[in-house]
Every structure is written in structure tokens, then in C-alpha cells.
Design a protein. Structure first.
Lengths: 264, 202, 202
């Protein structure tokens, strides 16, 4: 019946209460290679296609009952060899069972237009087969560094020019106008705001500063507060430095200024 | 300085060689010549054609792919050239190739649509690898709930497979005529209903 | 399979091109041909010489350098090839433009003064980039605590904008408004100084 030793105590699965001690008929594969074999399938459609091709069946006329039985055998084996079974395999099992049951129902005489319950499965199998083939063809197409090699030559020594950014002089003008207008706008807002208190800001900075970590000086400022806000923050920072509550570090000229709380 | 056409050929030859296989478009090459050297695109293409003919029968060829012109080693020399590289050319998994094939033939396509055909979930790794290789990109989002990303292939993908356009991909295998299949199914349905009843009970 | 000399030339051409400028020695090339294709070194050198002559007057040349043979782009094409690697001119960020504008119109100016008007800190990157482009330079140091650098624009800046002197900077109508704004700023500066003093004591 099978080339695999039936006396082996190793049962592959239990189907309908009967232990399956043999692999499906077409599966002439040593058990140790089984996992590798089963892992080679790209999903339930791939597995179904394999079963159909293996038995020279017509995709358009699948013996559903038989295929469902075989499919379930594979799925049981997969479970048994602890192959992580994708949910898709179970979904397909349900679909097969459903088709099977629908085919068992007597066809109502009046409803001639009803499709073969297998039609959707056939469509999906065909569609998948098409792209499985397309993928194989694509894989065989000439590609770079396997079948095609690019050609080139050494460049002569050249001086690479770094072009300056393109700036329009009017842009420069508008930029200045923008800043001043913005500054002005924030000043107007300022009036409606409560007066910023340096002392309150000192407290806020201290609360916000993480312990034992440098932060960017710039991070302390908020543009939206306008010039007055910047001044208040700046004064607060100076006061905190004077009181040696925080320290300020600048590694190089024009470098980033960092602020840190002085540890206890 | 205005330059003569025969010089343009030398310049293109040198520049395409310096680009070492990175494809350059005609308009890029035209721009490289500068404003003082205006040539019609047609004239430049003529020059490139001439250059290509100069290499007939030699060890390299000038080819046009999706992103432009590039020099390639003549295909029949691949066995010799392949020895230059110690590394084995990359191999890609079936899952990756099937995903890529679906995107190539069905673009623009969503991940769910790919999964629908393949019958399994598409791993994020595969999508990320394809995007990292710049073989696919997100072209937009489908106007359905969740607004899933729509994938398309890139020119880099075409370049990699030595193609000028997606139309050059081999045609998909035709499906067995579904109409015919339907008729056949209809016919067999009645018979089968009986057969199945037998099989089932058997 | 033994191959003929004329084929060896094609193979060498393809292989050297695939190496894209990496020099290959004669013995390496000989080895590439395999044991079944034994050629004397002298014969191979003859083949390479012939190949080199094929490229006389073209956009590339076959050269022998210390570590072997390689194809090079002809030296006289450097100006054209150089353009391949030219970076696209960058666009200045808004922060960069504003900083430059303030330096141009308010020079000499310190960083703190720029920050005061802009309301935000000026990143070191911006200052460094402007100095790198040679558009601004440090003209001296202000005689106040900390001795901050005073920035001015350079002649290169003037050249770029085709100006003879900084006085030629456009005085568009907007500039009138700008001045008004400036006056307002001046005024509000004093007010603010007071406000701040009050806050301080409060």
C-alpha cells in the first residue's frame, strides 16, 4: 500500500477516528524530508494544485469528495509534524467541505442557472496557477548580475563642483519682510497674553529639564511666544546659571549649546 | 563652445561608460551638453544609434531600458564575466517572485488583492524587501475603507530585468476558456450530481 | 572548449568593462579563460594591445596601470563627465533665507541679534553652511561680554546677486514697510525691556 513501513508505531494523524499510519499514496517521501516538503507549499491553493497535477486531474472537473479527503490528510500531517499551520489552510478546508455538501444537495429543477459550486474554486485555482507560472517565468528572465552584466570604465580625475543654491534676491527681501512681520504679529499677541514671569519660567525650565541629561539650548524656546518670550526664557536661563542650578556647555564656536541640571 | 555631432558621440560614449551601467535618458544627456549645444532629441537618438552600431559584434552593447541608455556586456559573454564575481547572484523566494509577478501584471494592486490570488497572507518582509530594492513603490491609496496602499512596479524593476516597458513582460498564460469551462461544467453537473452521490455514499 | 584568439579579445573587452575600472592583471585574465584555453602571456598581451588600438580616438581608452589593465574615460572628456556627479543646486530653507536676509540688511550683526529678531535660535548648521558657501564671514567681534562674532556678507555674495555694493540691495516698496516695522520693533523693544524688568521684580 505504501512504501513506508506500516509497522512503524509512528502514526501521522488520526482521521475519522482511524489512525493514519501511511502517508497519502502519492507521497513517496521519507518522513524526515516531509517537513521540508510540506513547507515548500505557498499555501492551500498551491497544495491543491499539486494534488490535482500529481494525479493528472482536470482542474475544470475536480472530484471534490476525493480531493477534500486528500487535502484533509495533508492538513492533518502538517499539524502532526508541528508545522505552523496557517489559518488559510483551515479556511480552504471549510471551503472544500462546503462545496462538497452543496454538490450533494439535489439540484432544484427550476433553478437551471445555478453555478457549479466548484466554479469559484476552479477560478481561484486557475488564477493562482497563472501567476505561479508568471513568477517562474519572471525568475527565469535575464537579470542583472546573474545573466546581464553592466559595463563601465574608470572616471578621469575630476573636480566636482558644488553649485550654490539658487537664491533670488527678491526672496531675500521677502524673507526679511516675513521675519519682521512675524515678529510684529507675535508682539500684538503679546498684549493679550498674561505677562511672562521670569521666575515662573525658571521653575518651568527646571521642571522640564531631565535629570543628568543635556538638552539643546534651543529646545527651551518657543517661537510662538515672540521676542518677549525669548527674552524671558533667556533671562531665566541666565539667572539659573548665575545661581549655579544649571550648567551650559558649548563644545565649539557656533556649536550647539547644551543645558544640564547640576546634580545634587 | 558649440560642438560637432561627431564629438557628441565621443562624449556620450565616455559619459555612459563613466555612469557604469546606470541608465541615462536622452534628455539628461542633452542637458549635459549644455545650453550652448542644442541638439534635437531626434538627432541625439541618431547619434546613440550610431554609437550602438559601432559596438556591433564587440564585447559590449549599448542598450535602452526603462530609465535610459546603458552599456552592458554582451549576453553571450556572461559565463566568462560571471566568474569575476565571487558572490553567487541573489536568489529570491517563490513567495517574493509570486508577489512581484502579481504586482507587475496587475498593477496597481493592493496587498489584499495579492493575498486573494495567492491564497495566503503576504508577509511584510516581502513587501519591505521589494520596496527596499526599489522594484515596487506605493503609487497611491485605493478609495475603499482603510485606504490600502496601491503598489506598482518601478523603472528600476524594468531596468533590472532588462526591459524598456511593462508591455515587454511575457504575456500571461491564457486561462482555459472560462465560458467553455462553464458549459462543460453545466453538462457535467448533472452527471456529476449522480456520480457524486454515488462516490459520497461509497 | 578551446577558443580562438579573436574570441579572447571579445571576452577581455567584456570582462574589463564589467570590472568597470578595476584593473585586472594579465595573469588574472589568463586564469579566467580556464585551463583548457592556455595562451602564452605574450599572446595575451598582444591581444590586449590590439584591443587598446581598437579604442584609439574613442571616448574610452584601455590603459595599463600599476595593478593591471583597465578601461578609462578619455581624459579630455572630464568636463562632461564631471557634470554627471554635479549635485543639483540645493534650495535654501526658510530659516536659512531669513538669516541671510538679516545679515545682508543689518550687517554687521551678531548671532544673538539675529535670534532676537527672528524669535528663534539660529542653528549652527545654518551659519556654517553660509560660511561654507562663502556668502558670509566673520568681520570681527562685538565689544560686549562674550565678544560675539559679527557677521557680514562677502564679495562672493555680491557677485552672486550681481551687485556692486551692498547699497544696491533692492529697496523695493516693501522695504518702506520693513523700515516701519523696524521702527515699531525698536519702540517695542524698549517697552519690553521695561515689562521684563517688572516681571523680574514681580
Amino acid at each position: 500500500m505504501s512504501e513506508i513501513d506500516n509497522n512503524n508505531t509512528n502514526n501521522y494523524a488520526t482521521i475519522k477516528g482511524e489512525p493514519v499510519t501511511a502517508l497519502p499514496k502519492d507521497l513517496y517521501i521519507p518522513p524526515e524530508a516531509l517537513k521540508v516538503f510540506l513547507e515548500a507549499f505557498e499555501g492551500p491553493l498551491d497544495l491543491l494544485l499539486y494534488m490535482i497535477k500529481k494525479q493528472n486531474l482536470d482542474v475544470l472537473d475536480i472530484p471534490i469528495a476525493e480531493i477534500t479527503k486528500q487535502y484533509m490528510e495533508y492538513v492533518e500531517i502538517m499539524k502532526d509534524v508541528h508545522l505552523e499551520l496557517a489559518a488559510e489552510y483551515m479556511v480552504m478546508a471549510v471551503m472544500l467541505a462546503e462545496i462538497k455538501s452543496r454538490m450533494l444537495l439535489p439540484k432544484p429543477v427550476a433553478d437551471e442557472s445555478e453555478d457549479d459550486p466548484r466554479a469559484e474554486l476552479v477560478r481561484r485555482l486557475q488564477e493562482y496557477e497563472r501567476f505561479k507560472q508568471a513568477a517562474e517565468d519572471l525568475d527565469k528572465m535575464p537579470r542583472i548580475n546573474r545573466d546581464i552584466f553592466l559595463a563601465g570604465a574608470e572616471m578621469p580625475d575630476i573636480e566636482i563642483k558644488k553649485p550654490l543654491p539658487e537664491v533670488d534676491i527678491q526672496d531675500l527681501c521677502f524673507a526679511l519682510k516675513d521675519i519682521l512681520q512675524r515678529a510684529e504679529m507675535y508682539e500684538h499677541h503679546q498684549i493679550e497674553r498674561e505677562i511672562l514671569s521670569t521666575r515662573a519660567r525658571m521653575v518651568q525650565i527646571l521642571v522640564d529639564l531631565p535629570a543628568d541629561k543635556f538638552v539643546n539650548f534651543e529646545a527651551l524656546f518657543t517661537l510662538e511666544e515672540g521676542r518677549a518670550g525669548v527674552i524671558v526664557t533667556f533671562t531665566a536661563v541666565l539667572e539659573l546659571i548665575r545661581q549655579t542650578v544649571i550648567e551650559m556647555v558649548q563644545a565649539e564656536a557656533f556649536g550647539q549649546i547644551h543645558i544640564k541640571k547640576i546634580g545634587e | 563652445m558649440a560642438i560637432e555631432a561627431y564629438k557628441v558621440k565621443r562624449i556620450f560614449e565616455g559619459v555612459l561608460m563613466a555612469a557604469a551601467g546606470k541608465p541615462l535618458t536622452v534628455s539628461y544627456l542633452a542637458q549635459l551638453l549644455g545650453k550652448e549645444n542644442e541638439f534635437e532629441n531626434k538627432a541625439l537618438k541618431e547619434i546613440l544609434k550610431e554609437l550602438s552600431e559601432d559596438y556591433r559584434g564587440r564585447g559590449i552593447t549599448l542598450e535602452e531600458v526603462a530609465s535610459g541608455y546603458r552599456f552592458q556586456v554582451s549576453v553571450d559573454l556572461s559565463p566568462w564575466v560571471g566568474k569575476l564575481w565571487e558572490e553567487k547572484p541573489a536568489r529570491y523566494s517563490r513567495a517574493m517572485m509570486e508577489t512581484l509577478a502579481l504586482i507587475a501584471y496587475r498593477q496597481p494592486i493592493t496587498r489584499a488583492e495579492i493575498e486573494e490570488v495567492r491564497g495566503v497572507a503576504v508577509s511584510s518582509n516581502i513587501v519591505r524587501t521589494l520596496i527596499d530594492h526599489e522594484w515596487i513603490k506605493i503609487a497611491g491609496h485605493k478609495d475603499v475603507p482603510g485606504r490600502p496602499a496601491l503598489f506598482v512596479t518601478t523603472n528600476k524593476f524594468l531596468d533590472y530585468f532588462n526591459l524598456k516597458s511593462i508591455k515587454e513582460l511575457p504575456t500571461l498564460k491564457e486561462l482555459a476558456d472560462l465560458d467553455k469551462a462553464a458549459v462543460q461544467l453545466e453538462l457535467s453537473l448533472n452527471e456529476n450530481a449522480e456520480t457524486n452521490n454515488q462516490t459520497e455514499s461509497g
